[in-house]
Design a binder for this molecule. Sequence first.
Ligand SMILES: *[C@@H]1O[C@H](CO)[C@@H](O)[C@H](O)[C@H]1NC(C)=O
Ligand SMILES: *[C@@H]1O[C@H](CO)[C@@H](O)[C@H](O)[C@H]1NC(C)=O
Ligand SMILES: *[C@@H]1O[C@H](CO)[C@@H](O)[C@H](O)[C@H]1NC(C)=O
Ligand SMILES: *[C@@H]1O[C@H](CO)[C@@H](O)[C@H](O)[C@H]1NC(C)=O
Ligand SMILES: *[C@@H]1O[C@H](CO)[C@@H](O)[C@H](O)[C@H]1NC(C)=O
Length: 350
Amino acid sequence: MLLAWHGSVLALLASCLVAVEAAPSPRSTCSTLSVRKEWRTLSKAKKLSYIAAVKYLQSKPLITASGFDGVRNRFDDFQATHINNTDYIHFVGYFQPYLSLNMLEQSFAWLTSPADGTDGSLPSMRKHFKPHAVTLDPSHWTQDSTEVLFPKAPVFDSTHGFGGNGPYINSTNDPSVTLHIPGKTGGGCVQDGPFKDFKVNMGPQFNLTYNPHYLTRDFSPYFASQTLNSTVVASALAGKTFKDFDVVAQGRTDVPGMTYHGGGHLSAGGDLGVIGDAYASPGDPSKREADISGPDTQFAYPFDFFGEIPYKNITLNYNMFFGNLTPGITWAPIKNVMDISAGPLCYTYL
Ligand SMILES: *[C@@H]1O[C@H](CO)[C@@H](O)[C@H](O)[C@H]1NC(C)=O
Ligand SMILES: *[C@@H]1O[C@H](CO)[C@@H](O)[C@H](O)[C@H]1NC(C)=O
Ligand SMILES: *[C@@H]1O[C@H](CO)[C@@H](O)[C@H](O)[C@H]1NC(C)=O
Ligand SMILES: *[C@@H]1O[C@H](CO)[C@@H](O)[C@H](O)[C@H]1NC(C)=O
Ligand SMILES: *[C@@H]1O[C@H](CO)[C@@H](O)[C@H](O)[C@H]1NC(C)=O
């Protein structure tokens, strides 16, 4: 598997800008904020409940039926939407609000909003996810960022986590791997935990055909120590503008240029793990995109990863496209989701 993020992204962005439709409901104030906690701070019961909620998603009917052949359930809706939009949402000015806020976390949050009241499963979704939806804030990224701690991270626990690594497969000469991650230790199917027999329905790569295959992981504790440590995170947070922060947080697409976003994927995904696949990564239930922007970062500019090619500036009015992921919210302007403590998001971090 490879990270196939490439130079056409910003060019594609321009075509993305053409269609603009009615926006979803604007920001509103929150009556309460849900508190998002790092995995290890949850009680055992809450961890089990969260895992049950992921499985619950996998048992619920799909919503994005018309667009994607491989989707079989509500969990797959998220993976398919990510696969389909991968080329448009990475290395662009709205990467953070789109992926970090919206793609998973906010979609869960939106499922609890009155705008989305049609699916009978929503009360249960609300019950499971709202009180303790788990994500990572920047300081959480660093907590297992040593070679010793990474494979033992609580999130990979076999009972109260998402299970661990796959057995070692030597992928040195695997032609499907274009980005070799130093220090990889796995590559095969996950051997333990609640998703041991779980099948990912789409991928690898940009492929929405139904293709059930076991979940793989390929830990690189070394790569975690180099990309998730506090120096790396601090260098992003030291940015004086959103652009400065965002360019570092997204990192480059080559191995030496990876920072904590790519590092998070590839420290667990290595050469062969599902979560290391730029397109299909949400097929790994342990993938939880963080809000890595935060309430102080109010502006999104484009930036120039791929040389001097034509672009348009992204502004807070830019309308992000979500397809059929969440009923009633096909498009969402960035400005509605940059403040996590305002509606529709309404959450904070502990
Ligand atoms: C998939 O992506 C294409 C290109 O952006 C878009 O035109 C299409 O509407 C998307 N499909 C769905 C079902 O969202
Ligand atoms: C993996 O295979 C390559 C090429 O055959 C070999 O050079 C390398 O030593 C192998 N690595 C391990 C850890 O076995
Ligand atoms: C997409 O996946 C299907 C099912 O695994 C496979 O048959 C097909 O060849 C893949 N398409 C491409 C372009 O790789
Ligand atoms: C953090 O990662 C950088 C590379 O990104 C590395 O140079 C540095 O030694 C690492 N720090 C620690 C404490 O491992
Ligand atoms: C984008 O915004 C920056 C900062 O305001 C400005 O310098 C630049 O000229 C703008 N680029 C385009 C293509 O509008």
